[in-house]
Write a protein that binds this ligand. Structure first.
Ligand SMILES: [Zn+2]
Length: 79
């Protein structure tokens, strides 16, 4: 069954804390680590600071979720 496309995913998002623009992974990991219902997202730097972990931990988590096949982390593809 096809998942409905979430309209929020492709709009432009900025970090709620530092205003840097966010990649899809940043948004997805914010969802995973803070909560799916959140409307504010953070870049990896601010997210790490917020959670009191290093940025490397966040990158590792993204890798883990992608390896698990999490729907929020589609595999990279060009175009
Ligand atoms: Zn930020």
């Amino acid at each position: 069954m096809k998942r409905p496309v979430c309209p929020g995913v492709h709009t432009r998002h900025q970090c709620a804390q530092c205003d840097s623009s966010l990649a899809r992974d940043d948004i997805a990991i914010s969802r995973r680590l803070i909560g799916r219902g959140i409307s504010q997202f953070y870049c990896i730097r601010c997210l790490a600071a917020r959670l009191g972990v290093s940025q490397a931990v966040i990158h590792l988590k993204i890798k883990e979720y992608r390896a698990m096949g999490c729907a929020l982390f589609p595999p990279y593809k060009e175009g």
